[in-house]
Design a protein. Structure first.
Ligand SMILES: Nc1ncnc2c1ncn2[C@@H]1O[C@H](COP(=O)(O)OP(=O)(O)O[C@H]2O[C@H](CO)[C@@H](O)[C@H](O)[C@H]2O)[C@@H](O)[C@H]1O
Length: 829
């Protein structure tokens, strides 16, 4: 006879195997389980459906438990077993008195629930009929509270001090969905009371619990010999981390690109077709159960979680969500549900210097919405409000020194955010890529070494991810060591055999270059040197982290189709085009999406004060005009509705083509326009911004600094956004602009070419203006046409705005494409 424990284990491991462990519907099942003949019931079916938590009898008379919460839906179905074992059980004396009693009881409960469901259905009908007769556009609740942040003066500050990412202080984060169950134990009082404030910096060691617990996970114990080799530090000559090869993307001709695009589309389609052909043996193998760490603290957490979740489950059984039936089931189920860990050096809103932070903050949520179990791992540069100390600590060797890592975590919008705390990451929140080459390299070594072990060490929702169906998504050179460590430390040793890694190229210009001697810092077996060693005519023979990551990763992605094409050219590959071409079979471009909650004129929290207003397609004309006036006022510019207001937001460097705008400024000033530029970066370009503001004080504003709030307000308030980037892997600002009815004028390169279809005045199609070469006269020409349309063809202008605003630019499309790649990687041997 099976024991209660056996049944629990069966249920639990099924849940775990699919990576869904947050809701363990164990107690309610047992409540309906017959006391005596447990064998008469067997778990035969287990898959996701779109229902709320509920226990009921199916049409076929079988007993099912429906359970779940936002994004996670389960049905656990019990049928009477018909096998040999059950026959034996049925023939015994104890045969089923209790079983019948239980079934009777269950039937009564089910009948009650059926009644309840009927009532709910009727009420729903009533509600929807009322709704259809009364449409109140203002009734939508906003998910955020007003930030309350305001500028201290009408003029924009331009001092160095503005470089502090001050707006993050004001950002109100959605904390309602933060799950705190895992923090019941080992919680650090210091971190629990921490504010989301840079003033409240943690001193080294302050967050560490007094009782040192150092977990030794299974793989770690087995690998000790591999990973603990001490490497001597060596003096190395300094070399630039960036390649100095400058591409001339003018040669990325549209004709060649579109020809390539046609072929590539065909390849992608056939690729995804083959990836869905699943070898069932491999599938079985890959589905090995997720390992649960049995270390005391994790199990303790599990017990506590279990209680919490069981009681909430009971509550939920009592209070059914009538809307539950309408919730779409997650599109995936079974073997294709992945455990996904995205690893990035920055993650918005906690840390952000550019687009990578935006992607790391938003893509995981979209993947989670598709039904995957998703984690983000990022460094903890400062005291963040939501993530709490998990109590898990571990020491890693970096350049022969012991470096301790502590993990903080939060569960937000369906994603486990895990932040790695270490003295190496502290006090650099305003300059996260700062320090000399070796400092940065050592930080990334620690980050990647530790990140590979997170699935074994950090229990999220009570359980570690383990390595079943696991795929890492590494981003840019900072985390390109991760695929290499996964291979060298684990897969070469027969461990984490089914774990895959995908490396995403957001910007090939930064590669983690150095002298070949840098190899000593990465702590790898000598034969791995070849992965890193690269020769190019500019840098000569050197050590290149991106090169090694590209070779070691199971799949390589980049952030647009256009950029994926450019990366294969000698102009666009920045010395890595050879490797990318050799690995073309595993390489693909997927255009970024945007976070449609954060970047949405209807919901934008930065448009709720200081004269700004939220607006939609319906209120575009009035709402956007109001935002423009508020921006002009805030900047101290004349408030004129008819004067075109032009904007630029971005890093001030060669890539973004700020110098082209600078060259065009005298021409612009003759056109009766206003210009606002927000950016930080190269000191000479920062100085240029200040200079223009000084010279054209009634028409130009140059904000030197990083301000998320100002970026949102500029996006809403300006009429035109300039992006004359020399190269642009994807570009997010033009996407944000289009959502806000702001018209982009862009150099047709990389992702800009993919996302901004040029305006065609004859057919009234297109989304903005593009120009073919990164040259000032081309920019002027495109901007001239744009201004003409703004002034003389109001209808066409409105058409452009409307087309931009009605696009689906959400991450959901991109997430689906990522999923294809992750699944293809999973079945790749
Ligand atoms: N001074 C400032 N103050 C406030 N916010 C500022 C700011 N400067 C920039 N930002 C914000 O940073 C982000 C920049 O996004 P981009 O896509 O242009 O970035 P970036 O070149 O960093 O990223 C790289 O990665 C991304 C993501 O894949 C690619 O889209 C891109 O082409 C590639 O170069 C935007 O959200 C923008 O608003």
């Amino acid at each position: 006879m099976a024991s209660i424990g056996t049944v629990q284990t069966a249920v639990d491991s099924s849940i775990l195997r699919h990576g869904r462990n947050r809701h363990r519907p164990i107690i309610p099942i047992l409540a309906y389980r017959p006391k005596k003949s447990v064998d008469a019931w067997g778990l035969t079916n287990f898959h996701t459906v779109g229902f709320s938590r509920n226990l009921c009898e199916d049409n076929d008379g079988r007993l099912s438990l429906y359970c779940g919460s936002a994004g996670w839906r389960w049905r656990i179905k019990f049928v009477q077993a018909t096998g040999k074992g059950s026959e034996e059980a049925e023939s015994g004396d104890e045969q089923d008195d209790a079983l019948h009693a239980t079934i009777e009881k269950s039937k009564k409960v089910l009948a009650m629930q059926r009644d309840l469901l009927k009532q709910i259905a009727e009420r729903k009908k009533l509600v929807s009929s009322i709704k259809s007769s009364i449409i109140d556009p203002e009734s939508d609740e906003l998910p955020y509270e007003e930030s309350g942040g305001t500028f201290s003066s009408n003029r924009m500050a331009t001092t160095e001090g503005d470089k502090i990412n001050e707006d993050l202080d004001h950002e109100s984060l959605s904390t309602s969905s933060v799950h705190s169950a895992v923090n019941d134990v080992n919680e650090n009082p210091a971190s629990a009371s921490s504010e989301y404030s840079f003033a409240n910096m943690t001193e080294p060691g302050k967050d560490l619990p007094h009782n040192e617990i150092s977990f030794q996970s299974k793989p770690e114990r087995q690998l000790k010999a591999t990973t603990s080799d001490t490497v001597q530090s060596q003096d190395v000559p300094s070399a630039p981390l960036r390649s100095s090869v400058t591409p001339s993307p003018e040669s990325f001709s549209n004709k060649n690109y579109y020809k390539w695009l046609n072929n590539a589309t065909e390849t992608i389609i056939s690729d995804s077709e083959t990836s869905t052909k699943v070898d069932s043996d491999k599938l079985k193998d890959a589905n090995v159960g997720t390992t649960i760490l049995s270390d005391a603290p994790s199990s303790l957490k599990y017990e506590k979680n279990k209680d919490a979740q069981e009681s909430s489950l009971e509550e939920n059984v009592k209070v059914q969500d009538p809307a539950g039936e309408d919730v779409k089931p997650p599109p995936l189920a079974g073997p294709n549900v992945m455990n996904i860990i995205l690893v990035a050096a920055e993650c918005a809103p906690w840390s952000k210097t550019g687009g990578l932070g935006d992607v790391a903050g938003a893509l995981p949520k979209a993947l989670a919405r598709r039904g995957h179990r998703v984690m983000v791992v990022a460094p903890r540069y400062s005291n963040y409000a939501e993530p709490q100390n998990s109590g898990v600590r571990k020491i890693y060797k970096v350049d022969g020194q012991d470096m301790e890592v502590t993990y903080f975590q939060a569960y937000i919008d369906g994603v486990d955010f895990v932040f790695m705390d270490s003295p190496m990451f502290r006090h650099i929140e305003n300059n996260i890529y700062g320090g000399n080459r070796v400092d940065i390299l050592k930080r990334m070594v620690l980050f990647c070494k530790a990140a590979v072990e997170v699935p074994w060490l950090v229990p999220c929702g009570g359980f570690c991810y383990g390595d079943g169906n696991l795929v890492f998504i590494a981003n840019d050179w900072h985390t390109a060591l991760l695929p290499v460590y996964l291979k060298a430390y684990y897969r070469d040793n027969g461990l984490m055999k089914y774990t895959r890694s995908v490396l995403v190229i957001h910007n090939i210009a930064h590669q983690g270059r150095g002298p070949v001697d840098d190899f000593s810092y990465v702590d790898l077996p000598p034969h791995y040197l070849d992965l890193f060693r690269l020769y190019d005519p500019v840098g000569g023979e050197h050590f290149n982290i991106f090169a090694a990551g590209l070779k070691a990763a199971d799949r390589v992605l980049t952030v647009s189709h256009g950029y994926s094409w450019e990366l294969k050219t000698s102009e666009g590959g920045w010395g890595l085009h050879g490797i990318i071409n050799e690995n073309d079979w595993k390489f693909r471009g997927i255009v970024n999406g945007i976070d449609t909650k954060d970047w949405n004129p209807e919901l934008d929290i930065f448009l709720q004060s200081d004269g700004y207003v939220n607006y939609s397609l319906d209120t575009l004309q009035t709402g956007k005009a109001q935002c423009k006036a508020a921006l002009q006022k805030e900047l101290g510019l004349p408030v004129c509705a008819d004067v075109p207001l032009i904007g630029f937001i971005g890093r001030l460097d060669h890539q973004k083509g700020v110098d082209l705008i600078a060259e065009a400024v005298p021409w612009m000033m003759d056109q009766d326009v206003q210009l606002v530029m927000l950016g930080t970066g190269r000191p000479d370009l920062e100085q240029l911004l200040r200079h223009f503001e000084g010279v054209y004080s009634d028409r130009v504003r140059g904000w030197v600094g990083f301000s998320v709030k100002t970026a949102h307000r500029i996006t809403a308030g300006v009429d035109i956004l300039l992006m004359p980037s020399r190269f642009e892997p994807c570009g997010l600002n033009q996407l944000y602009a289009m959502c806000y009815g702001t018209i982009p004028v862009v150099h047709a390169v990389g992702g800009l070419r993919d996302t901004v279809q040029p305006f065609n005045p004859f057919e009234e199609t297109g989304l903005g203006w593009t120009f073919g070469r990164a040259e000032t006269n081309e920019l002027i020409n495109a901007l001239g046409n744009c201004l003409l349309t703004y002034r003389q063809y109001k209808k066409s202008w409105e058409g452009l705005q409307r087309r931009g605003m009605t696009q689906d630019l959400s991450w959901d499309n991109a997430a689906q494409n990522y999923e294809e790649v992750l699944i293809a990687a999973k079945y790749q041997w």
